[in-house]
Ligand binder design. Sequence first.
Ligand code: ZN
Length: 206
Amino acid sequence: MNATLQSASLSRLIAELSRLPGIGDKSAERLALHLVRIPREEALALARAIEDVRANVKACSKCFNVSEQDPCAICADAARDRATVCVVEQPSDLWAIEKSGAYRGLYHVLTGRIAPVEGVGPEHLTVGRLLDRVAKDGVREVILATNPTLEGDGTALHIQQKLESRGVAVSRIARGLPSGGTLQHASRAVVADAIGGRRALAKGGA
Ligand code: ZN
């Protein structure tokens, strides 16, 4: 954009916004202009929310859920079934499953999925920590709840293979989710069906 058309601070805001996922140059311009027009307090509330979240929210050292406490509230909840671990790609998938109310076990957040095209391998995810938990924490069932996309399926297959012969039951969420869809965007009922109707890939107790 022509520097004479935008002030330096506005250009900077547009540049920062355009770095966010899913925000192109046009959206960044629209959002920046919106932030200029709304009441000052409203715009600064956004800035403060970003500051607070970066100061207070971290990854849980056990499950990699985002949390203000470590371990997170789910890992710390003694009422949950500690023998079952549901593996998801992102905290937003964990939220979707929690909202469904269909699951009372623990989670493991991979922080992504294996994507060879983008150079993302299992070593970039928390797969190794998952295997540690299975080895040490008395886990009896692992539910693979990566998204039913090409990469999500590939990630589930990789973990399934890693868990073979470890004496743990492995299941994959049911196909109630539309193929290529994501947990985050599914309705609560569909997510509940996907968890409830999971199918076994490997039996535990070996
Ligand atoms: Zn946790």
